[in-house]
Design a protein. Structure first.
Length: 197
């Protein structure tokens, strides 16, 4: 009986480990494109707002590799660090910059108007795009990508928002092919993009 329980527990550990690995795909520097399978149960098209009232859909970027990130402009650490890393990755792809689009979706639409967000992301790179919307719209997109976000309690300096820090690598058809975790190196991100170009 103990042996059966041990075997069952071992099988469950292997299954959960495999499921997590499928969700959080690591990108190796020399991995072939076949190492980036489509993550079919994650992502999808959406429509949000850009500066000057422009409505933007993810499908507007078909034909480009997209690096998608969820964050907010008042973030003290993860967001500016991630955007700086994405800037370095795009610069490393100098030969293919026009084929790559970085998009930041805010998780703090109350403070991040499309205009404010646009100014923020362009500080890191002139081609970066910032998207905002209503709380309901942002929540819907976050659910599509399983991006966690939760507003904290009010504080003297303003509230903070805890959020996941994944960078989603989308192919030219808008399908999620890999996720880069916090602390990802620009060289690995650039190599991941090259595999999809």
């Amino acid at each position: 009986m103990k042996i059966k329980k041990y075997l069952l527990a071992s099988v469950l550990v292997i299954v959960f480990a495999g499921a997590f690995a499928a969700f959080r795909v690591g990108v190796g520097r020399s991995a072939p494109s076949s190492a980036l399978p489509v993550i079919a149960d994650l992502g999808g098209d959406f429509e949000l707002s850009r500066a000057a009232g422009a409505r933007v859909r993810l499908q507007d970027y078909r034909g480009q590799v997209v690096l998608l990130f969820f964050g907010y402009t008042h973030c003290p650490d993860i967001c500016p660090t991630t955007l700086h890393t994405l800037k370095l990755a795009v610069e490393e792809l100098s030969e293919a910059t026009e084929q790559v689009q970085v998009i930041m979706v805010t998780v703090d639409p109350e403070r991040d108007s499309p205009e404010h967000l646009d100014q923020y992301v362009r500080y890191f790179h002139p081609r970066f795009v910032g998207l905002s919307g209503t709380t309901k719209q942002i929540d819907r997109v976050a659910r599509q990508y399983r991006a966690h976000h939760q507003r904290g309690k009010p504080a003297p300096g303003g509230y903070s928002v805890s959020h996941s820090g994944y960078i989603y690598l989308l192919d030219k058809e808008g399908r999620v092919r890999a996720l880069f975790g916090a602390g990802a190196k620009q060289a690995d991100i650039a190599d991941g993009v090259r595999q999809l170009l």
